[in-house]
Ligand binder design. Structure first.
Ligand code: GRF
Length: 201
């Protein structure tokens, strides 16, 4: 199955997806970044995967950028579109076009801590559990059906950096697994629920 990845930065999740591709049922056929200098594009090129930087600053409007993004994604004929640190909010039109074929990983135990700054907020609130969630994308931010969550204990010695490192290490395990479950046909979005082997999760 054909997978396109959208990102804006480092691309460590892209790297995990590339590294585990051979054990799984998918191939990453293209990577698109709204930040042309994103290191994730370099990772793609090193793996001989098509890499495209679309600098949104050169587009006349948000609508023009989104329209071009849809065209470029479609050109790869993806079965699944994977957001991996894509830091720009997608238009409802984009999300609708790829409904059920669009997923994201978010660094919190959703529905808690939607949006940015999750590590800082979790530490400020003295939470004892934190983690990450892979979910289907719906027009409302960080709100679609959950696919997989992984969690850990927040230690008294943790700071934002240590917490981020441990949560990202979990993302690198659950994200390729989620992509595998979807591309192998075991998991899909039905209505507003993720369904695994015919069981709603
Ligand atoms: C990930 O931690 C993910 O949870 C968030 O953005 C980060 C991207 O990291 N959405 P990377 O670019 O994959 O290294």
């Amino acid at each position: 199955k054909r997978v396109v990845v959208l990102l804006s930065g480092n691309g460590s999740n892209l790297q995990a997806l590339l590294d585990q591709e051979h054990n799984h049922s998918y191939q990453i056929v293209g990577v698109i970044s709204n930040v042309p200098e994103a290191y994730g594009l370099e990772r793609a090129r090193q793996h001989k995967v098509a890499a495209l930087g679309l600098d949104y600053k050169v587009f006349s409007s948000r609508g023009a950028f989104d329209q071009r993004l849809v065209e470029e994604v479609k050109r790869f004929e993806p079965d699944l579109v994977v957001l991996a640190g894509y830091m720009k909010i997608l238009s409802p039109e984009f999300v609708e076009k790829f409904a059920g074929r669009l997923i994201n990983v978010h660094p919190s135990l959703l529905p808690e801590y939607k949006g940015l700054g999750t590590y800082r907020r979790v530490l400020a609130d003295k939470k004892t559990r934190h983690g990450c969630t892979v979910h289907f994308v719906t027009p409302e931010l960080d709100s679609g059906a959950h696919i997989i969550q992984a969690s850990l204990n927040v230690e008294p010695t943790d700071n934002e950096e240590s917490l981020k490192q441990r949560v990202q290490a979990m993302e690198h395990q659950i994200y390729p697994l989620a992509v595998h479950l979807i591309t192998s046909g075991r998991l899909q979005l039905k209505g507003d629920k993720a369904v695994l082997d015919d069981h709603p999760i």
